[in-house]
Design a protein. Structure first.
Ligand SMILES: Nc1ncnc2c1ncn2[C@@H]1O[C@H](COP(=O)(O)OP(=O)(O)OP(=O)(O)O)[C@@H](O)[C@H]1O
Ligand SMILES: O=P(O)(O)OC[C@H]1O[C@H](OP(=O)(O)OP(=O)(O)O)[C@H](O)[C@@H]1O
Length: 306
């Protein structure tokens, strides 16, 4: 197969080839009916049912490829977009890959404040963001003019992985690395003393996608899957006399659907409810006099154009 020719005219969609975002990104593609066949060891896969090719890349490289217009869409972390300072459109937060980029120091050491790291050595995979962070601390301490003239006093060293080992190995006084559960940090005997940024996975689009219409279709499909996950459908029966409270408890996204029942005194109501609120909403409905309360999963959704 001539892979280069078979890419002709296809929308190139960069997805993480491994790591924390990989599984969920693939599930998102599946939910969007983007089907593909990936040959063993190949990092490019042609979609079977769309004019799309998936390009499997490291999460850190995706903002660069999309920023340079080599790929049209990409899934990566907001941290990676900020670190690589590329010009892309962040079109949709994806609700997974949530963590914080934090300044960490030995838990049993003397440093308790990030300002105490000024002039010391910091190890990180995020040298740009760390430099910006310590620059602002140094400006606070020495003034903008001095920092401009003398450069940064804090030394930033890049490592590509296992950043948390740097302090124990005597390479760093502190690190800047991602924290989710805090397990890695704790296991390495570190504690966090400041947050540089919070991040989650994001769908990015090149400023100049080669097939804007298809890019729009893909963005809408992914949006549909993400929104479906955020909401559930709540359905219940309630005496007609209680209808006014329905709007307060389940206003829906636009308005609840109210249908008459054969029994004149009752109506059936359906409304979308945020997944995180559904237990509370069910409690309120039951208390208010609703019966037969059901919660149904939404597999996919489209809001429609306003
Ligand atoms: N513990 C975590 N919890 C949630 N999201 C994370 C976590 N660690 C990383 N991420 C997100 O996933 C992205 C990719 O991180 P990951 O550690 O999977 O890197 P990777 O693709 O395996 O590359 P490498 O191992 O070469 O650094 C990060 O930029 C961040 O947005
Ligand atoms: O707070 P936690 O839940 O422990 O997660 C944080 C860890 O997750 C990421 O690394 P990952 O495990 O993806 O591997 P890596 O170090 O090879 O990037 C990150 O770099 C931290 O080391």
């Amino acid at each position: 197969m001539d892979l280069v020719n078979s890419l002709d005219g296809r929308l190139l969609f960069a997805v993480p080839k491994k790591g924390r975002l990989y599984e969920t990104a693939l599930a998102l593609l599946k939910g969007s009916d983007i089907k593909f066949h990936r040959h063993n060891r190949l990092d490019i896969a042609l979609c079977i049912n769309q004019g799309i090719a998936l390009v499997f890349l490291g999460a850190a490289d995706i903002p660069v490829f999309v920023g340079e217009g080599r790929c049209d869409l990409g899934i990566t972390g907001q941290d990676q977009v900020a670190e690589h300072q590329t010009s892309v459109d962040e079109v949709l937060e994806l609700g997974f890959g949530k963590c914080k980029l934090q300044v960490q120091v030995p838990a049993n050491g003397s440093i308790k404040d990030p300002r105490e790291l000024v002039g010391k050595t910091v190890v990180t995979s995020f040298t740009h963001l760390s430099r910006e962070y310590f620059k602002s601390l140094e400006i606070e301490k020495f003034g903008a003019e001095a920092v401009e003239k003398n450069g940064l006093k804090t030394v930033m060293k890049y490592v590509g992985g296992s950043v948390e080992a740097a302090c124990a190995l005597g390479v760093a006084d502190g690190i800047v690395d991602l924290v989710e559960s805090g397990e890695t940090m704790k296991a390495a005997g570190l504690m966090d003393i400041a947050t540089v940024m919070t991040t989650e996975a994001v769908l990015i689009r090149s400023k100049n996608p080669r097939n804007p219409e298809l890019a729009e279709v893909v963005v809408n499909r992914i949006k549909g899957v993400i929104n479906a996950k955020k909401y559930v459908l709540c359905s219940y029966n309630i005496p007609r006399t209680l209808l006014p409270i329905v709007h307060d408890i389940t206003p829906g996204k636009r308005a609840p659907t109210v249908t008459s029942l054969e029994d004149e005194g009752w109506v059936a109501v359906q409304a979308m409810v945020e997944q995180v609120r559904v237990a509370d909403v069910m409690d309120q409905l039951e208390k208010a006099g609703a019966h037969d309360i059901l919660v149904l999963q939404i597999i996919n959704s489209r809001a429609g154009k306003d």
